[in-house]
Ligand binder design. Sequence first.
Ligand code: C5P
Length: 220
Amino acid sequence: MSALEGKTLIVTAGPTIEPIDPVRFLSNHSTGKMGYAIAGALAARGARVVLVSGRTALDTPAGVERVDVLSAEEMYRAVMERFEASDGAVMCAAVADYTPVEVSPVKMKKSDDDLVIRLKRTKDIAAEAGRRKGDRMLMGFALETDHEQENALGKLRRKNLDFIVLNSLRDPGAGFAGDTNKITIIDRQGEITDCPLESKRAAAERIADRIEAWFAARGC
Ligand code: C5P
């Protein structure tokens, strides 16, 4: 029997959308493919998976409960409402770091002047989950362009994660949009596992293996 049987796991995936006015927003290139693949892999091993998803064009994986959100604030609330009752979370979403201070209720008119939009920081969902972690499993992702392992390990420690999965934008075939990824898994002990370039589905199975082993090692 899988150690994931009966576990409740939250997976965040996709981009967030930060509104500027009723027709415009700030966002990023995340497609949600990696998070959806992880949600599917965990559900196939018997976990109850709640996928908190930003806007994507993907079908919900079999056996997964999906909660749709748009903004970082909505994603924060959707995760925090469910975190206490969960056994852990995989934070795969590309959450906006900044959001407009003011959202115009009407479509903003153009003028000949430059436009300045003031942004404020969003809440860090993974870091807040880290503060409330208790004995739950927590995995985060890091997309880095330089000093990759050092930055990723710093994030693991700051956010109190059990694992951080590193994608380097330097690796061809890794990161956003494509169907392949080249990941490095770093755990709390600082142990580093470099994985080959492979399909996101294969990378998701590898990630599910590590999560399953984490629960198995705790005998829970
Ligand atoms: O600090 P950075 O954004 O690089 O950290 C990435 C990790 O933190 C990812 O797991 C991402 O899902 C999570 N994160 C989050 N909430 C934020 C920013 C990042 O959950 N506001």
